[in-house]
Design a protein around this ligand. Structure first.
Ligand SMILES: CCCCCCCCCCCCCCCCCCCCCCCCCCCCCC(=O)SCCNC(=O)CCNC(=O)[C@H](O)C(C)(C)COP(=O)(O)OP(=O)(O)OC[C@H]1O[C@@H](n2cnc3c(N)ncnc32)[C@H](O)[C@@H]1OP(=O)(O)O
Ligand SMILES: NC(=O)C1=CN([C@@H]2O[C@H](COP(=O)(O)OP(=O)(O)OC[C@H]3O[C@@H](n4cnc5c(N)ncnc54)[C@H](OP(=O)(O)O)[C@@H]3O)[C@@H](O)[C@H]2O)C=CC1
Length: 515
């Protein structure tokens, strides 16, 4: 019998960020392994014309929840959506709902965050710091609360090279920043942001670091743990391999490479690609929830959920496997044949951006314009280049994360729990994982049918022919212009033609003699 699964039975669990990438996998696993849990409260905001109930139904009826619908047919009744906006005071939760949350909640998983790298500092502070502070305040009023699990990121201290499972202080107290945000106008925030952020590369990582400090400072008597996942990727095993549903991190790059937009990227092939499957993160999260509530460690424990020190793989190996998977499983509607490589220095990057990214986009836009359609490729390409520029920081460096607490927890689990809530990345076969990842991007993110593969391959062959034809015509025109203008080029041309003529004459003469 799984101790962890049994622990969640009969519990009331509060999840923020439940509609996000990690949140969905968390609910799925909870409902599948502990179908007798009492209720999962999820804080959801109405969005894009969808009511709360529509948003929940969309999740429950999705492919990800296929197994849950079998194991827990009354899953609809287990999930109770509460209207909330984490950017508002008291999260804009109604009095009745707040009363119920305060009196019933046993466990909190705080996943909500803005994960955008370019978010305005004010907004990032509001969601990643102030909302965390408010949630801790709520938690302190919950008599039945057994554990509060905060999801942070392994990159909250990406300004350091070696990172231990401790909280590193930021130079300015989060409380001061929260207070200042109330009276600073946007112009002041814009001016002061680079100074506050120091050597953090973006508002996301900086505010996640502040969020951790808030957790430490406001923990009071609460049982708290912090989980720091690295780059979260598609599912490894559960509920099925390769599930992914957004364009964040590597996902967007896989789409861009598979459709032939991404041709070159400034990345260190030998830098460690610290990817971690989302189901591994969730297994650790649930194990941490159990351990924190049952063993009540004296201090706040931090768990690194990373792969680099236990089972390292570099960007070079991953990139190659991604490209070789495209050969077998191509994406539909490719712009060009998938082919991408690493660039190292600034000059090559500018050259490749001009020749391999911008020029083909412009040529395609001219073609669209000539055929009466709206040019769109240059805009798309600019967006891709902007995204790449934001990811570059993370693919040109390696970090070392110590994982003592995570390994300690692994050893505390029963063999049954180690199997059901497996977070041992040493067992992960990267090549197999990446292949399933690419397949998952095709099936679950791009929603492409596997039956379309022959047509996709045919399309790629056509693109290859267009590429050869284009290059030949381009070469001939360039050569013709060169000959017209340069005596040297004319001499070279005369030399090549006369050489070919002599070679053919000799070949013909020798074959006539043999006959
Ligand atoms: C398995 C991995 C192997 C990878 C190999 C893949 C390539 C293979 C090629 C081989 C060649 C060799 C090279 C390989 C090696 C390098 C590969 C690089 C891999 C990537 C590395 C990832 C590093 C991640 C670092 C993470 C650190 C921290 C992790 C975390 O804690 S949190 C999660 C990380 N957060 C994010 O990723 C968010 C980042 N996003 C943003 O900040 C913003 O979205 C933005 C990028 C700034 C863009 O903002 P915009 O305002 O311009 O756009 P918006 O978001 O509003 O979206 C507008 C529309 O554009 C679509 N879109 C958004 N992002 C992408 C995208 N990446 N690709 C394509 N399209 C995108 C979006 O859907 C919108 O569309 P619409 O709704 O239709 O308008
Ligand atoms: N994905 C990754 O690679 C990594 C993620 N993490 C951490 O994991 C956690 C979850 O990330 P992930 O699932 O990828 O993020 P997503 O962007 O997929 O999900 C974010 C969630 O937060 C919710 N949210 C955002 N703003 C509000 C708001 N104002 N009120 C209520 N809810 C809000 C979103 O709701 P809505 O659907 O309404 O927008 C969504 O459910 C984050 O804390 C992140 O820092 C850490 C390392 C890596």
């Amino acid at each position: 019998m799984s101790m962890i699964a049994a622990f969640y039975g009969g519990k009331s669990i509060l999840i923020t960020g439940a509609t996000g990438f990690l949140g969905k996998v968390l609910i799925e696993k909870l409902c599948r392994t502990s179908p007798d849990l009492k209720v999962i409260y999820i804080l959801v905001r109405p969005k894009a014309g969808h009511t709360l109930q529509q948003r929940v139904s969309q999740i429950i009826n999705s492919k990800l929840f296929e197994k849950v619908r079998e194991v827990c047919p009354n899953v609809h009744e287990k999930i109770r959506a509460i209207s909330a906006d984490l950017n508002q005071n008291d999260f804009a939760i109604s009095k009745e709902d707040m009363q119920e949350l305060l009196s019933c909640t046993n466990i909190i998983f705080h996943c909500a965050a803005t994960v955008r790298f370019d978010d305005h500092l004010r907004h990032a502070v509001q969601l990643n710091v102030t909302a965390t502070q408010q949630l801790l305040f709520m938690a302190s009023q919950m008599p039945k609360l057994e554990a509060f699990i905060h999801i942070s990121t392994a990159f909250s201290n990406c300004n350091l090279k070696h990172i231990d499972e401790v909280i590193y202080p930021c130079s300015v107290e989060p409380k001061k920043i929260i207070d200042s945000m109330e009276w600073w106008d946007d112009a002041i925030v814009d001016e002061i942001a680079p100074k506050l952020m120091g050597d953090w590369p973006n508002t996301y990582t900086y505010t996640k670091a502040l969020g951790e400090m808030v957790v430490q400072q406001e923990s009071g008597n609460l049982n708290i743990a912090i989980i720091r996942p690295s780059i979260v990727g598609a599912t490894w095993q559960e509920p099925f391999p390769g599930w992914v549903d957004n364009l964040n991190g590597p996902n967007g790059m896989i789409v861009a490479a598979g459709r032939g937009f991404l041709r070159a990227i400034r990345a260190s092939p030998l830098a460690v690609a610290d990817l971690i499957p989302v189901d591994t993160v969730i297994n650790l999260t649930l194990a941490v929830g159990w351990y924190t509530a049952v063993h009540r460690p004296k201090s706040t424990l931090i768990y690194h959920c990373t792969s680099g020190n236990l089972n390292p793989c570099n960007w070079g190996k991953m990139g190659c496997q991604v490209l070789s998977t495209f050969e077998k499983i191509p994406f539909e509607k490719a712009f060009r044949r998938p082919h991408a490589d690493f660039t190292a220095n600034t000059i090559t990057v500018h050259y490749r951006n001009a020749v391999s990214h911008r020029a083909p986009a412009m040529i395609y836009d001219i073609y669209l314009w000539l055929t009466g359609r709206k040019p769109r490729m240059t805009k798309l390409m600019n967006r891709l280049l902007r995204t790449i520029s934001m990811l570059e920081y993370f693919i040109n460096r390696s970090w070392e994360w110590s994982t003592y607490n995570t390994e300690m927890l692994m050893s505390e689990l029963s063999p049954e729990d180690q199997r059901i809530f497996n977070f041992d990345v040493r067992q992960l076969n990267w090549l197999e994982y990446i292949e399933n990842y690419v397949l998952g991007v095709k099936k679950y993110l791009l929603k492409e049918d596997m039956a379309g593969i022959p047509e996709a391959k045919q399309h790629l062959r056509r693109l290859q022919n267009i590429y050869y034809l284009f290059n030949t015509v381009f070469f001939l025109i360039a050569w013709r212009l060169l000959i017209a203008r340069s005596q040297i080029a004319r001499n070279v041309w005369f030399f090549i033609v006369s050489f070919c003529y002599k070679f053919l004459s000799y070949f013909r003469a020798s074959s006539t003699l043999k006959a």
